[in-house]
Each structure stands twice: as C-alpha cells, then as structure tokens.
Design a protein around this ligand. Structure first.
Ligand code: CTP
Length: 405
C-alpha cells in the first residue's frame, strides 16, 4: 500500500455523503495513513465530529479559532502529503474556484502546498449546472485532482450522476496517485506529442479537415506526463480540455502552424510522438472573401503540406526517440513498415480503420506496435488510455535497450 505513512488532511463538507466519511477514515488508517479531519459547520449536520475523532484518533476542528486557541491552517496545509475534500459540496466547490476563505476548510485548502483531491457530491441537476461545470474546470486548472462522481440513487430520490465515489474507490485513487509518483522513470525528460486534426482554410468560413478528435494523442501526452515527462502537446482544433501539471498545451489550427510548433519543441525533446492527423494538402491560396456559389463544379488547387514526421526523422540525433502513427485501410503492415523506414521513425503505431471500435472519435482503439528492431505487438481493443499506457511502456523499453547498446 502506497498510503503507508502518508499524512492526509480530510475535509468533510455539507452533503449527505458525509455519513460515509467515518468509514473512509477507517480505510485510510487501515492503509497506514495518518488522518486529521476538519469539517465545515454544515457537515456536522450529516456526520458526528465525535465519530470522526474516534476513528481518526485526533480531535476534529471546524473553526479557524476555538475560543482563544487558533487552529493553524497554514501548518496543517504544510503538514499534509495530500488534502482530500470528501464529500465536496457545490458550495465549497464554488468557494474553492473563487478563492473565498470564510471557514477552516477553505483556509487549509488555500494554504495547502500538497496535492489536493476533490470528491464532489451533489444532486444531479446541481452537478450539471453550468456554474458547477465551470467551477470543476477552474479547480482542475489550478492542478486539483477530481475524483469522478458516480451514477446512482441520490438523496433527492432521483437516479443520476452526482454521487460521491465510494470510500474504497477514493482510497484506491489516492493509492494510485502515490504509486505513480514513485514510478517516474521519465522525470527530467522532455517529450513532444502532436494530436488532433489540422484545418486548412479554403476561405474565411470553410476548411479542409478530418474526423480526428485528438483523444489518442491526448491520452499519450497524459501517459507520458504521468511517468514524469515534461510534455509539450501540440494540439490541432479539438474540444478536449487538458489539465495536467506536466503538460504544456500549444494550440494550433493548420499543418503549417503544427510544423512550426514542432520545429521549436523538437530539439529539446528526447521523446516525440506524432499522432496528429495532419492534412496532407492545403489550398494553394485562401480566398480572402467567402467563395460564392456559381458553376456546377468548383476546383480548388491544393498544394502539399510539409511532412512533420519525415522532417523530424531527418533531424533526429542520437538519444532522440521518434514515434509515428500510420492510419491504413489496406495492406496495412507493408504501408506502416514503409512509413517507418521512409520517415526514419523508431516506432510506428498502426491503426487500421477496418477494426470496429478503432480509430477516429471512439473511446477505444486497436493498434499494432511496430519498431525498428523488428518487434511487432498486436494489442487488443481497449480504452485509448490503456493503449497509451502500453505505447509508453514500449517507448521505455526502446529507451532502455538503447542505453544498454
Ligand atoms: N504526418 C506528419 N505530417 C504530415 C503528414 C503525416 O507528421 N504532413 C505524420 C502523422 O502524424 C503520422 C504519420 O505521419 O504520425 C503517418 O501519417 P499518415 O496520414 O498515416 O500517412 P501519410 O504519410 O500522410 O501517407 P498517406 O496519407 O499516403 O497514407
């Protein structure tokens, strides 16, 4: 258990899910953690401070000052290896998003220099309200970790999203975090990842694009960042939001912009994974005004975009590892091997559009990994996150092999 010896501040706020927190404390203590509990006054209506004090074996505080005694929130925020806010009510969430500080929980939160985990709990309509959605995004952008709500029966009697994750899952989430933190083989390594489509403008309102969503590339950036790498993610037009302390997102629109961003980041990057679906051609000229409907046909002259992967393959130095993708619909293996050689990549991730559940837009993918040592690995259909983890594992293997040569 990674939680052994870890110091956790648990902040309990006003939600019916607070009744589960004595059990949560027990699980954390059982895993070897030292737990200090603080509450908001609203939480006390749902769970007894005495129960929390008994299971945590420490007194429970809810005020910045108890009589003449001051509860040092700064000290608590610095003492903790992690702060866990569970359940986190819509009210506390809104305060966290806006830096309000009218109680002990908010004061400790603002003073915390450790990772903060938030397990929201509220009714479905509150959970989906635009202000809650914005607040979650905001606190994510501050680097807080959100433990996803679950679907099920709510206090209102409605069935839907908004239930706090079960205590067992919250503990597993914290455990995973500390496990990953101890497992950072890419600490100090810089990585470049491209993701998403590119849009090539025809006129001010139209473009040539493709159906890529960026999900696979974002998952790869996150998997590299989870292993400690500092990632520059060059992302084409995509609705995906990326919040990870180790990822810097550079948003681009066209292939040319993606090329320029890559040329800037590549020299410093020991690992580069080019998963973007780059448009091969762009209009020779963008019309300055909207093209009017005239004849029965319309010709647009296209010119070739620079191939980013091939360019980086030509610039690659010893110690730099380059991974490309190949999206194929026929004679997949030969085309993919041909691309690896022609573009001087060390590894190619082959995506066949023939496989159901694979490719653009899906949450799953089915790929084959090919590398320049001749290794070939067929992976099963699985989530893009899992695929990303296996790709990163293979990258680690190639890096280690290179070191031993
Ligand atoms: N790629 C790139 N720059 C381009 C085109 C492709 O960096 N202008 C990269 C992709 O990100 C991917 C790899 O090259 O990693 C292969 O892309 P793919 O579209 O499968 O192949 P193409 O080389 O474009 O060839 P074709 O479209 O003829 O299959």
């Amino acid at each position: 258990m990674q939680l052994a010896g870890k110091k956790i501040v648990l902040a309990v706020t006003g939600s019916i899910a607070a009744y589960k927190t004595p059990h949560l404390v027990r699980l954390l203590v059982k895993a070897g953690a030292e737990v200090r509990v603080i509450t908001t006054s609203a939480a006390e209506a749902f769970v007894s401070p005495l129960a929390l004090a008994t299971v945590s074996k420490h007194s429970v505080h809810s005020n910045v000052a108890d009589g003449a005694a001051w509860n040092n929130h700064v000290e608590m925020g610095r003492w903790a290896d992690a702060m866990l806010i569970a359940p986190c009510s819509a009210n506390t969430l809104a305060k966290m998003a806006n830096g309000l500080c009218d109680n002990l929980v908010c004061a400790v939160y603002l003073s915390a220099i450790c990772p903060v985990f938030v397990a929201p709990a509220m009714d479905e309509d509150m959970w989906h309200h635009q202000s809650t959605v914005n607040n979650i995004q905001k606190i994510r952008s501050y680097g807080n970790h959100i433990i996803p709500v679950t679907h099920g029966e709510l206090a209102s009697g409605l069935i839907g999203e908004g239930r706090m994750a079960e205590p067992e899952d919250i503990v597993a989430h914290l455990n995973d975090f500390f496990e990953k933190k101890n497992d950072s083989p890419l600490k100090g390594i810089k990585a470049l990842v491209t993701a998403g489509p590119t849009y090539e403008r025809i006129d001010p309102v139209r473009f040539i694009g493709n159906f890529s969503t960026g999900k696979m590339g974002v998952a790869i950036a996150e998997a590299l960042a989870d292993k400690g790498a500092q990632v520059t993610l060059v992302l084409g037009p995509s609705h995906l939001q990326v919040f990870h302390a180790n990822i810097k997102v550079v948003k681009v629109e066209s292939a040319e912009q993606m090329y320029n961003a890559c040329m800037e980041a590549f020299p410093q990057s020991q690992i580069s994974v080019l998963s973007a679906a780059v448009a091969d051609y762009r209009p020779a000229e963008m019309a300055p005004e909207k093209i009017k409907k005239q004849g029965n046909t319309l010709d647009i002259e296209l010119v070739k975009n620079k191939d980013i992967l091939a360019t980086l393959g030509g610039l690659k130095q010893a110690g730099q590892l380059l991974v490309g993708f190949a999206l194929e619909t026929n004679d997949e293996l030969n085309h993919a091997l041909g691309k690896m050689k022609a573009k001087n990549a060390d590894m190619i991730v082959l995506n066949s559009l023939k496989d159901t559940g694979a490719g653009f837009g899906h949450d799953t993918n089915k790929v084959t990994l090919l590398d320049s040592t001749g290794d070939k690995k067929d992976l099963p259909l699985q989530s893009k996150q899992k695929v990303a983890e296996v790709i990163v594992k293979h990258i680690l293997k190639l890096r280690n092999a290179e070191k031993t040569i």
